[in-house]
Design a protein around this ligand. Sequence first.
Ligand code: FER
Length: 279
Amino acid sequence: MEQHQWKDVHYRGTIVRVDYRAQKADGTTWLKYANVYLPYGYDETKPYNILYLMHGGGGNPDAWLDCSQIKNALDRGFAEERSKPFIVVFPTYYNLNPAERRSSGIDAAWENAQVFGFQKELEEALIPAVEGRFHTFADGTDHQALVSSRRHRAFSGFSMGGCTTWYAFMEHLDIIGTFLPLSGDCWVIEPTGGKEHAAETAKALAECVRRFGYTKDDFKLLIATGDLDIAYGNLTPQVEAMKAYPELFGDMQYVVKEGAVHAYEEVYHHIWNYLPQIF
Ligand code: FER
């Protein structure tokens, strides 16, 4: 795998906090925030591609920034013209109320409900808050504007954020064009169902693509984990089962990093490696 050498770089992006109000299924609303990375030289007269990057279980909008060198990788990658500069959004699927946030261990069913529930907020609250404020390819924040700009919008996440990415694929394939699930399988059948229910999981994903009327040419699926990662044994059978649908998943990529465990410090390297291919 390609590794980069760290050098001191002048081209530093900035992190801006965006507050927004999200609505729960029961109609109540809560105030949340996301961190937004604006690349060096961000020019609001120009449109930018945008990546939404979700944390893992127990995380928050600062988790990726606190626990990995993702910001350095983005700064350096754009400085080296590994990709055209794009905006990166670090949201959370939690409601930020400490009393309702996970402290230790994992209640898989509850986590699964949180990442699925986030999908409503993604289109209704987060994307409008961010893309209404910064200049992306969306000509407005209504559904049609998001559909028209889908190839300029990507979603990724680590671990439970990887599961969030699979749900974004299933729910929002019409408004997002590239998906990078990192070290997380799809829990649509049941938690860690990519392992025990690989074929059913692949079938559910395939049905979504068909429902939207797309083929493999209409999206990019850039998947990754490590061979020592706790998600490896769940994700790998799912990816294998997805190969039964070459017309839909024939172009997906799956990178397994040797020696890599389940950690932000490992998975951010996958963003670096996929950087030229995201948009
Ligand atoms: C997985 C393995 C572990 C996965 C998620 C986890 C979504 C999360 C573990 C945790 O939050 O403790 O395959 O897929």
